[in-house]
Design a protein around this ligand. Structure first.
Ligand SMILES: [Ca+2]
Ligand SMILES: [Ca+2]
Length: 309
């Protein structure tokens, strides 16, 4: 047996070790909480600061578009100032960059249905051609029409109304209403993730009846206008357009388009997409803003989203 003095010393050492361990645990815990608090505070501050910069970028983009309307109202094309991508601009604690794209150079999905909610056969044929040109299944156009049209009758032969979505988890219904964001396409029956990504830069969600600006349209979108324009013909048109506008839209498209489609194209735009990104330290924020330019030149945001388009 050990003498009592030695036993007491042993207990004292154990107690001391326990106290040190407990003290260390409490200190680590406090440091962890403090560093989390600090991180939260800096993230909150950066978010406020980032959003302020993005609002500034939006106002700046609006001013460029207004100036363009004052100086060059007769046409909008990719050689104009608004179409230049802004190189990263240093700001306090980081950098910001932004670019404007013409949404009227894309196929307007809401044109698939008339203001009365009826399918539009010309727009449907155009969308089917766009899908085929992009290597996608043209039959999904029927499901997009059903997504937008007012009735609940399935479009023949490849439509999709409520029944098609009743088995989804969670189940959902068709809105039967114009879309406000092209992201809705991801929910439409038959549109897979890859097809969605391919389609995204060629389509827009604008008010019904908004015309297409051929001065900014991509080759697949120009090819969607007629069976007589294949991708090679569209590429030749782009070459003719160069970095500027079609000098004579009537003359260029004469004989290529049906008269009804001719009435749906022009050379100017009122809707633009601003993509602005600000990086502050380890934080990054992206703003997508759909800007509408009014006849007066004044510009306002009609749709905004942070992070996802
Ligand atoms: Ca212009
Ligand atoms: Ca419908």
């Amino acid at each position: 047996m050990k003498p009592p003095g030695e036993l007491q010393r042993g207990v004292a050492v154990l107690t001391a070790m326990l106290v040190v361990t407990l003290g260390t645990m409490i200190a680590v815990n406090m440091m962890w909480s403090a560093s989390l608090d600090q991180r939260r505070a800096s993230a909150g501050l950066a978010a406020d600061q980032g959003i302020a910069y993005l609002q500034g970028a939006e106002a700046w983009a609006g001013d460029i578009l207004r100036q363009d309307k004052v100086e060059f109202p007769q046409s909008d094309h990719l050689g104009e100032l608004w179409a230049l991508e802004l190189p990263p601009l240093p700001v306090d604690g980081g950098a910001i960059n932004g670019r404007l794209e013409d949404l009227q150079g894309r196929f307007n999905l809401n044109n698939l249905v008339t203001p009365q909610g009826e399918p539009d056969p010309l727009a449907l044929a155009q969308f089917e051609r766009l899908l085929a040109t992009l290597g996608l299944d043209p039959s999904v156009a029927g499901a997009v029409v059903d997504w937008l049209d007012a009735d609940a009758e399935t479009h023949f032969p490849n439509g999709a109304e409520d029944d098609a979505y009743a088995g989804s988890i969670p189940p959902y219904r068709t809105p039967n209403w114009p879309i406000t964001s092209t992201s809705e396409l991801a929910a439409v029956s038959g549109i897979e993730a890859e097809g969605y990504r391919t389609l995204l830069s060629h389509v827009a969600a604008l008010p019904t009846g908004t015309p297409l600006n051929v001065n900014t349209a991509s080759a697949p979108v120009l090819a969607s206008l007629s069976d007589d324009i294949d991708l090679a013909a569209a590429a030749a048109l782009l070459e003719r357009r160069g970095d500027a506008e079609f000098v004579d839209i009537d003359g260029t498209f004469e004989g290529l388009l049906e008269p009804d489609i001719r009435g749906r194209i022009n050379g100017t735009s009122d809707y633009f997409l601003l993509t602005a990104t600000v990086v502050l330290g380890t934080h990054r924020y992206t703003l997508y803003s759909v800007l509408q330019r009014h006849q007066s030149g004044l510009v306002g945001a009609v749709f905004r989203s942070l992070g996802v388009q």
